[in-house]
Design a protein around this ligand. Structure first.
Ligand code: ZN
Length: 254
């Protein structure tokens, strides 16, 4: 199986003990052909850039995640731009976006999101968008800046998904789609065209059923792929191939 994990956090400290064995051996042996390790801060973007330097199939995105915006000082934008420009393994600006679940200052989040959307357009890179309970404002800014990119760990309705699809974006699904209490996900998967679907772990979080609650890694995507494949009426292998091709198309890896 050809697994392309379009959103991971292999810089996370939960991988400190076994990161090199995972990335150097376990993942490639399980058929993982691509991973995008996404930044959340300047430091994590730098760390992910170093991982991409080390492993052929690992790429990275650099950006400030909404939860980190209040703690991030001025000058971050130049640093993110520099990290992206200095590596040919930088495939996107991300993860960036809006998160209204936590009490983070909304104007601050919006300013960071807008600044990074503009940066992505300047660098001609796609964006990896984090949108949690902020669908209307995210949609408004996507309409304004018209980036290429993906809505990662998509949690909205089928209608919202189709608005983003019509604007040219891709929809990323994590193991959360397999959770038994997730009533929205099957409907979203049903309507999103198969050539706009990406799969991801968001590891170390969001391990799919039947592994829910464990630290996740890219090998577990098989369960997410199987779930989506059943709804789309294709085999898990076909779904793996299609989502890998979708990832290469969006992130210019052909
Ligand atoms: Zn993430």
């Amino acid at each position: 199986m050809e697994i392309f994990d379009t959103h991971a956090h292999y810089d996370d400290s939960s991988f400190d003990d076994d990161r090199s064995i995972l990335l150097g051996k376990t993942l490639p042996e399980a058929g993982v052909v691509g991973v995008i390790s996404a930044g959340t801060t300047v430091e994590s973007s730098r760390f992910n850039a170093s991982l991409a330097q080390k492993y052929d199939y690992v790429y990275f995105a650099a950006g400030i995640q909404p939860e980190e915006t209040e703690k991030t000082g001025d000058g971050y934008l130049e640093e993110i731009a520099e990290i992206i420009k200095s590596s040919d393994k930088a495939v996107a600006v991300g993860e960036i976006g809006l998160d209204y679940h936590w009490k983070i200052d909304k104007p601050t989040q919006k300013r960071f999101f807008e600044e990074q959307l503009i940066l992505a357009n300047e660098l001609n890179k796609p964006v990896i968008i984090h949108d949690r309970e902020a669908h209307a404002d995210t949609l408004e800014l996507v309409k304004k800046y018209k980036p290429h990119g993906t809505l990662h760990c998509f949690s909205g309705s089928a209608e919202t998904a189709m608005e983003f699809v019509r604007l040219g974006l891709y929809i990323g699904f994590t193991g959360a789609v397999t959770f038994k209490n997730n009533k929205k996900a099957p409907k979203v998967i049903e309507v999103v065209p198969i050539d706009r679907i990406l799969v991801e772990t968001d590891c170390p979080y969001m391990a799919p059923e039947p592994l829910r609650g464990r630290r996740s890694d890219s090998t577990m995507i098989e369960h997410t792929l199987a779930f989506i494949a059943r709804i789309k009426g294709v085999t898990t292998e076909e779904m793996a191939h299609i989502t890998a091709e979708n990832a290469r198309r969006l992130f210019n890896l052909n």
